[in-house]
Structure formats: structure tokens, C-alpha cells
Design a protein around this ligand. Structure first.
Ligand code: ZN
Length: 657
């Protein structure tokens, strides 16, 4: 562990709060120190009130901010005297404590201060840094953790036994600090939780944190508990897509809502999940209290979701006898699965949640393996884990949580997704909370969006092998498939039948019909396992009900596709899979319709471009977005009782009506 502080950068920070922002970000950049809002920092400074008086203020990290990206407005200004008085109370419930924090801020728009604010207030130093450093947590969570910590640090740190974060912890630290601290003290270790450092300058506090963590790393190296070899005993089978979809369906059923599941088959995950002692080392509990909330109490070993849920219900009943009056059981679904074949599967209501779970557990695996090498990993007793999981504040947060998006926890696949109607479908599905896989021949698909809930894959729909691989990758990334939007298609230039070559005919059939048939067939086993039932939307064409001369191959291919969809609706209704088609016409905001093409077509009909675009009964322009919004709605509750339907989206066409 090395300091990454640059002297010229800290010198450039002119105020206390600027320095506070700078070194907080340095801590946030190192994921072995701070993960997903896991640490917090503060500075004590004077601030003028409206009467011109100086007030002593604690600027402490606000909730919802990550240290890595924190800015000045991410620090909540709380009156220091009030915090110090609170610390002297015998008891204070955590919701009341948060109320006191929020009502004693000097900026109404500031975020809710960290629940560790009082703890920062009682430490008599200007700057205070707090992390859940992996190396320190590894030592405290090993057998004889406390003795090891004292051996490493001597009287440099105050040692605090485990108490759940909140008022009681702050109060205990206040008492222990007075008793244990001496002039050598530069930090405070909280067993099974993390470490504090402090100093008179931002630099001093930061460098002490680095120094303290470095000492723990050196201790682990000296005890041969640092370097880890991740040996994969058996290379897993490649095609596990259907296994993943089944597992995700079962997890979603136990949760009571659809969940996404991301598989991680890297060497570390496979090696850890395949260890002979995995049942012992992975079943102790999370490394720090803030991990409990994200990853749940324990990972699931293997794939028996019902047994896991049973054990969870029993754990709830055992630890909360008055459960019915005071607490509601959280859903009993696992957030993490360890399986020797699959590696690690991270589960979440959104792709972002699943990614956070995976990142946290990647650190947990290192902590567990190192602590095991040190003599044995021991997490908190189950009682303490329960208290964190069913913490008043966490429960309140869950209750306040807004309604999940329409497609939260669901997965959609869109073909021809790089532009036009396909891209608009990606947008409409993402906006409704789905994770989306977009495929296209155009390589730009891979960089369409950089976000955890989108995966862009270059794929030729004419290749059976590539389509199978796409489904496999979809299942690996998100756990299965709920919605399929068949959009990719080609529209060759006008050509009358007497001049239409067989090759041209076949090419159109291959892309517009055969590819969709193959994708439907291959997607069927996945759609059958969709937690809320599978949905297929076919982007058809006005040419199905109203063909035009010169478009024989196109019209025939779309009509055949339409018939295929109707047969699928008949065959798959029993599997709770709905298939509906929409027939757009004259959608001009796509790549093929350049300004020149539009102008020339308008001229051909003796119309202005605007009149040509609105050449329908409603005199309205139909956009890609109009089509995509309808396609997304067809996957939603409005169409829950509809299958085999065909809907025009064309502004009204007298030949269709
Ligand atoms: Zn903490």
C-alpha cells in the first residue's frame, strides 16, 4: 500500500474542505480500501452563521456519495457541539439519531450525514479518515484477530470490539478513546469492521491511513497469508445457458420478483467455488457489516434454491422471535451463488446491483482465503449479522424505496439494434428498467452504451452458430431471456417479379424470415423460463396487410414471418409466452432515409418532404420512437392478456383499414 498523494496537488487545495475532497478521492480510488460507499471522511472547520458568528462545524461524508467521486456538496455540515452532546446520551435509537443529524445541519439541501457522523465528531482531530481496508479486515476476521491487531499496531491504535454501526458504536468509541488513547495514537481499529486514522492536516490523516494499512499487509506477507494462487481444478463446460436460466427462474420465484443474475467464471471465482473447504469458509458470513446489506447473509452453495430459502426462513425465525410484530422478513432469495461448474453468480434487482454484489464478493473471497491461511476465517456471530440485516435504518430505506421500474430484473434481446427502430427499442426497454442485449452486424453496437445494463454484440443473424452464442452470452451476462424484439431486416431496392433474381429472393428470405425462425426456436427454451412469462415482439410491416408492387421478396418474407408468429402464438401460449406483431409504415428517421432519398421520393409523388412524411390519414409523422414505445408496451402489462395480435403503427392507412 503506497501513498498516491501528490504534493503539488494538495498544495493547490486552498481551503480545508478542498483538501478534504482531495484526499477523500485518493482513498476512494483504491478499491482495497473503500468499496461502494463503504468508507467515510470528515473535517472540522469554522463557518460563519448569518449573525456573523463562527460556528464549529463537522463536514462529514453524506450518504449516497462515493469517496472516489465526492465533491464539496457531498459533505454534510453538522453543528459539532450538538454531535458531541449527543455522544453523551445513554441511549438514542438510530432513527432518532439520524433525525438529530439532519435537523442540525447548516445547509438544507445537504445529503443525509453518514450514520458514523457522531463517531467522527468525538475524535479530537481536525481530519478523520475511515475505511474498511481489506488487509485490516482480513486480520480482524482471522482467529485471534484482536491479539494480532495489538501485535501489529501496539499503542498506535485504539481497539474497539465489534458493535453494529450507529449510536451505540459512537458512544462506545467515545468512552474507549478516552481510556485507551495516548500520545502515540494515530488510529482506531474496529474489529470485524474497519479502521480510522486522524490528524491535524488532510495529508497527515491520509498518510497515517496508508501507513496503518501497509503494516497489516506486511504482517500478512510475513505470515504467508498474502499471495493467493487461484487454481481451477476443472475447466467448466461451455454451454451452461439453460442451467443459468433455470437457476435464475428459481431464484426469482423464491424472491417473488424477477432478478438478474451475472455469471463470473474467472479463475478466482471458479477456484474459490471449487475448493473442497468451500462449505466451511464461505458459510461464516460477510467480512464487514456494510457487506451484509448487499450480499445477504451467506452465499448459496450449489443450486438448491428452495433449501436455501428454507434455511433463511429458519434463520429469521430463530433470531427474531417477535418477528411478526416488529419486522417483516426480507425476501429469502440468495444474492450470490457459488457453484463449481458455474463459478460465482451475482444476483440483483438491476444489473448495477448485481455488479456491486460481484465486486464486493471478489474482495470477500480474498479476505476469506487470506484469513484462512492465517489460521482461520471467522466472521461475526449470526446474531450480529441478523441485527445488521434487519437494522431499523435499512428497513426504513427499503420501505421508502420507490416503486421498481416496469421491467426491473428482466432481460430483453433486440436484433438490428445499432440504429433506427432497433436502437429506439433498446432505449425504450432500458427506460423501463430492463437489461438489454443489442445485436447488430455494425461493430458500433459494442459501444452504443457504456452502462452495466447494456451488452452490445456484433452478430450476423444469418448465422445459426452466432445466434446460439448470443443467447449463451445473454444468459451469462444477465441470467436468461424474458423479451425478444425481432427487428433486424433488409429492404432491397424495388424490383418487379419478372426481374427478381433467385439469389436476391433467397437473401431477403434468409434475413427477414429464416434468421427469425432460428432465433425464435433457439430462444424458446429461455423464454419458457422467464419468471413473468416470455414475450416476443415482431417488427412487421404495412406490407403484410397492404403489399406494394416491386417489393415481392420483402412483402412475402414479412408475410411469412407474420404467419410464423401466429403459429408460435398457438404453440407457445401454454408456456405463457406471448407473441405480438406491429406493422409500422413510413418511418423516415432511420439510416436508409437520407435527406436526398426523402427529397427524391417526395418529388416522385409530387409532394413536399413534410407532406410526404405525413402522408397518412392522421397527417402525422411516425418516428422510430413511436414504434419502439409500442413494442416495449407490448411486453408490458397492457398487453398481458394479448397474444397473436397485429397492430398497425402507421398514422392510419386506408388500404390497411
Ligand atoms: Zn464503517
Amino acid at each position: 500500500m503506497k501513498s498516491i498523494l501528490e504534493t503539488n496537488e494538495i498544495v493547490a487545495c486552498t481551503s480545508d474542505i478542498e483538501q478534504r475532497v482531495y484526499t477523500s478521492r485518493l482513498l476512494g480510488r483504491d478499491k482495497t480500501l473503500v468499496l461502494h460507499g463503504g468508507g467515510n471522511t470528515s473535517v472540522k472547520a469554522f463557518q460563519k452563521n448569518p449573525f456573523g458568528e463562527d460556528e464549529d462545524i463537522l463536514f462529514v461524508k453524506g450518504s449516497g456519495w462515493d469517496l472516489e467521486k465526492i465533491a464539496e456538496e457531498g459533505f454534510s455540515p453538522v453543528r459539532l457541539d450538538h454531535l458531541k452532546r449527543l455522544a453523551q446520551l445513554k441511549t438514542l435509537s438510530d432513527p432518532m439519531m439520524v433525525n438529530e443529524l439532519v435537523t442540525h445541519m447548516t445547509r438544507a439541501s445537504a445529503p443525509v450525514p453518514s450514520v458514523e457522523a457522531i463517531l467522527h465528531a468525538i475524535l479530537p482531530y481536525k481530519f478523520v479518515d475511515h475505511t474498511h481496508a481489506d488487509a485490516v479486515v482480513t486480520v480482524t476476521n482471522a482467529v485471534n484477530g484482536e491479539a494480532r491487531i495489538r501485535e501489529i499496531y501496539g499503542d498506535s491504535v485504539v481497539v474497539i470490539p465489534y458493535v453494529m454501526p450507529g449510536f451505540d458504536l459512537a458512544r462506545l468509541c467515545a468512552e474507549e478513546f478516552v481510556q485507551q488513547a495516548d500520545p502515540q495514537t494515530i488510529g482506531m481499529v474496529l474489529l470485524n469492521h474497519g479502521i480510522f486514522s486522524f490528524g491535524e492536516t488532510a495529508r497527515e490523516s491520509y498518510e497515517r491511513m496508508i501507513d496503518l494499512v501497509e503494516r497489516a499487509e506486511v504482517y500478512l506477507k510475513r505470515n504467508r497469508a498474502w499471495d493467493i494462487e487461484w487454481n481451477v481444478a476443472r475447466i467448466p463446460e461451455e454451454n451452461v445457458g439453460h442451467d443459468l436460466a433455470l437457476l435464475r427462474k428459481n431464484i426469482s420465484a423464491v424472491a417473488g420478483f424477477p432478478m438478474l443474475m451475472a455469471r463470473h467464471a474467472d479463475a478466482q471465482s471458479l477456484s474459490f467455488a471449487g475448493r473442497k473447504d468451500v462449505a466451511t469458509i464461505a458459510q461464516q458470513g460477510p467480512a464487514t457489516p456494510d457487506h451484509v446489506i448487499r450480499t445477504k447473509r451467506l452465499p448459496m452453495l450449489g443450486r438448491d434454491v428452495h433449501a436455501y430459502a428454507e434455511a433463511y426462513r429458519a434463520y429469521f425465525a430463530a433470531h427474531e422471535p417477535q418477528a411478526k410484530e416488529r419486522k417483516t422478513m426480507l425476501d429469502p432469495a440468495p444474492r450470490l451463488v457459488l457453484d463449481p461448474q458455474l463459478g460465482m453468480c451475482a444476483v440483483g434487482r438491476s444489473a448495477k446491483d448485481a455488479a456491486i454484489v460481484a465486486e464486493i464478493y471478489a474482495h470477500t473471497m480474498e479476505i476469506v482465503v487470506r484469513a484462512t491461511a492465517l489460521g482461520g476465517y471467522c466472521a461475526l456471530p449470526a446474531r450480529d449479522i441478523f441485527d445488521v440485516e434487519y437494522w431499523d435504518l435499512e428497513q426504513a430505506k427499503l420501505k421508502k424505496g420507490s416503486k421498481p421500474a416496469a421491467f426491473a430484473g428482466e432481460v430483453a434481446l433486440v436484433t438490428g439494434a445499432a440504429s433506427g427502430i432497433g436502437k429506439a427499442c433498446v432505449d425504450a426497454l432500458l427506460a423501463r428498467g430492463a437489461a438489454v442485449v443489442g445485436i447488430d452486424l455494425n461493430p458500433s453496437i459494442t459501444s452504443l452504451y457504456e452502462r452495466p445494463d447494456f451488452l452490445g454484440l456484433v452478430s450476423d443473424v444469418a448465422s445459426e452458430e452466432q445466434l446460439k452464442a448470443v443467447l449463451e452470452r445473454t444468459a451469462n451476462a444477465f441470467g436468461g431471456l424474458d423479451m425478444l424484439v425481432l427487428n433486424a431486416g433488409i429492404f432491397p431496392g424495388g424490383c418487379r417479379i419478372d426481374a427478381l433474381g433467385t439469389g436476391e429472393w433467397r437473401k431477403v428470405m434468409q434475413v427477414n424470415l429464416d434468421a427469425n425462425f432460428v432465433l425464435m426456436r433457439e430462444a424458446y427454451p429461455y423464454l419458457k423460463l422467464a419468471p413473468r412469462g416470455g414475450r416476443v415482439v415482431i417488427i412487421g410491416s404495412k406490407n403484410v396487410p397492404a403489399p406494394g408492387p416491386g417489393a415481392a421478396a420483402y412483402s412475402a418474407s414479412k408475410a411469412a414471418l407474420n404467419q410464423l408468429a401466429r403459429v408460435a402464438a398457438l404453440e407457445w401460449g401454454g408456456d405463457n409466452i406471448r407473441i405480438n406483431s406491429l406493422h409500422p409504415n413510413a418511418v423516415f428517421d432511420t439510416g436508409i432515409w437520407t435527406e436526398e432519398v426523402l427529397a427524391s421520393r417526395a418529388k416522385h409523388y409530387g409532394l413536399t418532404v413534410d407532406a410526404y412524411k405525413k402522408n397518412n390519414l392522421l397527417k402525422t409523422e411516425v418516428t422510430s420512437r413511436d414504434v419502439a414505445e409500442l413494442a416495449a408496451e407490448m411486453c408490458g402489462v397492457l398487453f398481458a392478456k394479448t397474444t397473436g395480435a397485429q397492430l398497425p403503427v402507421d398514422g392510419g392507412n386506408d388500404r390497411v383499414i
